[in-house]
Write a protein of this length. Structure first.
Length: 402
């Protein structure tokens, strides 16, 4: 696993984070706003590189049009935040909900930063997660709040060279874990046994190679995972099944899933597997799955739309009398989140641009046979696309001993 090493010690550079914030500030200034506020954890991570556990206690980042900024955290996060970040200003509140609500305290901070009157924000207040309740940003400030979600999502959609390198590295470890998963998936063993062994071994191998500087995990168990999420046997025809620790049996069709966040950036690698000798119908659906994915690959190029890509796959399904097996669109954006916009769907007319990264995963699902889905992660380039995941897709390589 020593080839194609990238510098994971720092993930995204401080310079790139600063450039991202400046791009957002340019939009804020153009809209005549006094500054911006970010509540969503993934948005704060994207613009600052600050990793934290998102829960009922608000963590907020704010920056004025003049460039004054602050991060707002619960008191017990101050020491860690000071040690692990380069924020010049860290403000806090005692606890949630507290005697004085954190949003009321935050309003004083915004006033001190000169942010008021007209504010840009991803949401009008902290989202109601894990039982959180609180006043809106507009209520505590008396300001008009303009949504920035669309502009932020458009920034997330086009990845930099550094982001693509991290996603490619994620794909490399997805492939490593997938190989282990195949090795441990045998009749008589169970979903939990195979997935936990593969994920554990792959995670330890990744951490050993990437070294002490690797970070971005939110728990000691953050790392590589590989498994099936319940898509075993006839349950594989459920595109979003859930795990039941099922025992593998000969003639099962399996659909895999893998994950390996590298400083938070994700690739997706999935394959359809068959235990034992494939039937003619298994082989037919498998071959069409591979062909449909190639149709999608061929349709990806700058200037095409998301709808064009999904439409090409849908035409392939229609031409081959496969629409009865169709369940989901061709793919979705991916990066800091496992699912991001835009979506490779006939209803999404976003134009493809260089730097966009997508999963390509058209599937076919037959309740009487099983599900068949290969997923690879690709980046749109100046003249086409690059596949960021590298793993066999032929039926011989993906047939397990029965």
């Amino acid at each position: 696993m020593a080839d194609q090493r990238i510098d994971t010690a720092s993930g995204i550079s401080a310079v790139e984070y600063r450039e991202r914030r400046e791009r957002l500030l340019e939009h804020v200034r153009h809209e005549g706003l006094s500054g911006y506020v970010l509540f969503a954890a993934d948005y704060i991570q994207y613009f600052t590189g600050f990793w934290f556990l998102s829960n009922e206690r608000p963590v907020v980042y704010a920056e004025s049009v003049g460039g004054e900024s602050a991060v707002f955290v619960p008191e017990f996060e101050v020491e860690r935040t000071r040690a692990e970040t380069s924020f010049e200003r860290i403000e806090s509140y005692p606890e949630y909900p507290g005697i004085e609500h954190p949003m009321a305290i935050f309003a004083h901070l915004l006033a001190d930063l000169g942010i008021g009157g007209a504010i840009g924000a991803d949401e009008d207040g902290y989202p109601g997660i894990l039982g959180y309740q609180g006043p809106a940003l507009s209520a505590v400030t008396g300001a008009t709040v303009t949504s920035l979600s669309r502009v932020v999502e458009s920034m997330l959609a086009r990845k930099s060279a550094n982001e693509i390198a991290l996603i490619r590295e994620s794909g490399r470890w997805c492939a490593y874990a997938h190989g282990l998963l195949q090795e441990y998936s045998r009749p008589g063993s169970t979903e939990a046994e195979a997935s936990l062994r593969a994920g554990h071994e792959a995670t330890l191998a990744m951490l050993e190679e990437l070294g002490d500087g690797y970070g971005g995990g939110l728990s000691s168990s953050s790392g590589v995972s590989a498994g099936y999420r319940g898509q075993i046997g006839l349950r594989s025809s459920w595109a979003h099944a859930v795990a039941h620790n099922i025992e593998f049996q000969a003639a099962d069709v399996l659909v895999t899933e893998t994950s390996a966040p590298i400083w938070g950036y994700n690739a997706e690698l999935e394959r359809a597997l068959i235990i034992g000798r494939p039937t003619d119908e298994m082989r037919r659906l498998f071959d069409h799955t591979v062909a449909a994915q190639q149709v999608a690959f061929d349709a990806i190029r700058p200037g095409a739309t998301c709808a064009d890509v999904d439409g090409a796959v849908m035409r392939y399904f229609e031409d081959n009398a496969l629409l009865g097996y169709w369940r989901q669109h061709t793919g979705h954006g991916i990066g800091l989140r496992n699912h991001e916009a835009p979506f490779l769907d006939v209803g999404d007319h976003t134009k493809l641009e260089p730097g966009m990264v997508f999963t390509i995963e058209p599937g076919l699902y037959d309740p009487a046979v099983g599900g068949f889905r290969h997923s690879d992660t690709v980046a749109v380039t100046e003249d086409g696309m690059e596949i960021l995941t590298d793993y066999p897709s032929d039926i011989e390589s993906l047939t397990l001993p029965g």
